[in-house]
Design a binder for this molecule. Structure first.
Ligand SMILES: Nc1nc2c(ncn2[C@@H]2O[C@H](COP(=O)(O)OP(=O)(O)OP(=O)(O)O)[C@@H](O)[C@H]2O)c(=O)[nH]1
Ligand SMILES: [Mg+2]
Length: 194
């Protein structure tokens, strides 16, 4: 049985007035386009079809809200770093995200999704700054570790933890394909949602 048996899609927002009501607590998933955000949401909720997964980068261009249980939500944020996005859309994205992080009272923490083959980038660090500036939790999932050997995966994890060492940001390895790290991620999230 799913840990969140009543999880369901709530709403999509392209504009700030379309956000789900700002009550209770929610956890945002952010990361580069194609890093595995939607896949991670499906893994931790054990619902394969909940958030849309795509091989085409930039698929999720809206902020998608999912309800885990009353007043507890997951938020799939649009991916960044996709080169083919026109400037106008990129600016809209930036404003929407900045607004989201600035106003959202119910934001408990950020799950930052980073492809383990790439490691933390400048835009990832920018996302961490946004949430840390608001005193929220942050946890990095280094995804797609099934594409790396053990030694390389461990070394990315060490580098990531070192890069975050003067903040309270934690990090772990994750693979939806190998089902690695799902329980660990869920425990972090449950702690934030309590
Ligand atoms: N090998 C492997 N592939 C993965 C894993 N997680 C995601 N993928 C693949 O990576 C691609 C992108 O996954 P998504 O979950 O759609 O990524 P996203 O970050 O939501 O992408 P956008 O919504 O476009 O920003 C898909 O082809 C997934 O099947 C993983 O753990 N291992
Ligand atoms: Mg997505």
């Amino acid at each position: 049985m799913s840990t969140y048996p009543h999880v369901k899609f709530l709403t999509s927002a392209a504009e700030t007035h379309q956000f789900a009501p700002d009550v209770g607590r929610e956890i945002a998933f952010a990361g580069r386009s194609n890093s595995g955000k939607s896949t991670a949401i499906n893994s931790v909720t054990q619902r394969s079809g909940l958030a849309r997964v795509s091989r085409t980068p930039g698929r999720t261009q809206l902020i998608n809200f999912f309800e885990l249980m009353p007043d507890r939500r997951l938020v799939d944020l649009p991916g960044y770093g996709f080169a083919k996005v026109p400037e106008r859309i990129r600016l809209h994205w930036l404003q929407l995200m900045e607004h989201y992080f600035n106003v959202r009272e119910s934001l408990a923490g950020l799950i930052l999704i980073v492809d383990s083959r790439r490691g933390l980038g400048a835009q990832d660090a920018g996302m961490l700054e946004w949430v840390l500036a608001r005193d929220r939790f942050a946890h990095v999932l280094l995804t797609k570790t099934d594409k790396l050997n053990r030694r390389d995966a461990q070394s990315v994890l060490r580098e990531t933890r070192a890069a975050c060492s003067d903040t309270a940001v934690s990090a772990q390895l994750f693979s939806a394909h190998n089902k690695e790290g799902i329980e660990e991620a869920r425990q972090v999230m449950d702690g934030w949602l309590k």
